[in-house]
Design a protein around this ligand. Structure first.
Ligand code: CP
Length: 334
């Protein structure tokens, strides 16, 4: 791959702080410097997207397969768009139209795709750890596009990018993550990303939607030691720079964890009263899809503080940066 590949301000991936990596499974193994390089390269990718002809030859000759075993709009479409802007061939496979319907295992489906010369397989799966399993057993690069309630690294990176591009920095910003922490892969990957970048994170959920290993907080030596936990929404959002509302993951809740949606919305929904408690220039975020009127009011989701559509837009450039990093790890031009 040429050092520029049609993207003039792209930072070198052969420097000491290389972000070229074979797989992207979560942010736990990223350093803060590597995250910053992804964010810097996302700026370069935004410049490509802003051109009248949105196309560079960086991944020409590469094949990307998106293998989605769960519904998705944002992640799947943005990986496809990112790959196409970088001139890769992109093939989409969904579980409903694949041989997994006939009982084929995830491993055999992915092995079949690899045998058709896929360089990168972008995987979404309901089982936590599926992308890690594939990364251990296949030669293709694996990018985790969301696995169970384990991780969603590209979402966390686009969230970090959205915060940084709005405020100019992440360090020291108070970020309140509100809602279904228990089943949220977005919250888990954001915990890694935000703490590594020095944000002050507060988790806020009903007592029934906090993971058991989070209940007593984190010991001093834990990577999340700086993270605080509360069940009081007013306390969580007080003076917050960012409020990140999470979707109630009804499909992952095996038994009722809430007395009613109405009560949840009354106690934890983000509304105009909640926003008044935060900083005047608070940024309202949500990974989507949104249950409007449950975890966030319509007027807030579409109001002046909302960065929700910016998150979607930024997702394309972040995923371009990730595809480029993974392709760099796989060697030069084809
Ligand atoms: N945020 C997110 O993962 O959205 P999709 O499920 O639409 O991809």
């Amino acid at each position: 791959m040429s050092p520029h590949a049609g993207i003039p301000s792209l930072k070198s991936t052969t420097s000491e702080m290389s972000i070229s990596r074979k797989h992207i499974l979560d942010l736990d193994d990223f350093t803060a410097e590597e995250i910053q390089l992804v964010l810097d390269n996302t700026v370069a990718m935004q410049e490509v997207i802003s051109r009248s002809v949105r196309k560079v030859p960086a991944l020409r000759g590469r094949t990307i397969v998106t293998l989605f075993h769960e519904p998705s709009t944002r992640t799947r479409v943005s990986f496809e768009q990112a790959g196409k802007i970088l001139s890769a061939d992109v093939i989409n496979v969904s579980s409903s139209a694949s041989s997994s319907k006939k009982g084929e295992s995830l491993y055999n489906t992915a092995l079949t795709i690899q045998s058709m010369q896929a360089d990168i397989i972008v995987v979404r799966h309901p089982h936590s750890g599926s992308p890690n399993f594939l990364a251990r057993h296949l030669d293709s690069s694996i990018i985790n596009a969301g696995d169970g309630y384990h991780a969603h690294p590209s979402q966390a990176l686009l969230d970090l990018y959205t915060i940084q591009s709005h405020f100019g920095d992440i360090k020291g910003r108070k970020v309140a993550i509100v809602g279904d922490i228990m089943y949220s892969r977005v919250a888990r990957s954001n915990l890694w990303g935000l703490t590594k970048m020095g944000a002050q994170v507060v988790l806020c959920s009903p007592p029934t939607l906090i993971p058991p290993d989070f209940v007593n907080g984190f010991p001093k030596t834990h990577p999340f030691a700086s993270v605080s936990i509360t069940h009081n929404l007013s306390e969580a959002v007080k003076n917050a720079d960012v409020i990140m509302a999470l979707r109630l993951q009804a499909e992952r809740q095996s038994r009722g964890r809430l007395p009613s949606l109405r009560e949840y919305s009354r106690l934890y929904g983000i509304n105009s009263e909640t926003v008044k408690l935060a900083k005047e220039d608070v940024l309202i975020m949500h990974p989507g899809p949104i249950n409007e009127g449950i975890e966030i009011d319509t007027e807030i989701a579409h109001g002046p503080h909302s960065a929700i559509q910016d998150q979607v837009t930024n997702g394309v450039a972040v995923r371009m940066a990730l595809l480029y990093a993974v392709a760099s790890a796989n060697g030069g031009d084809k």
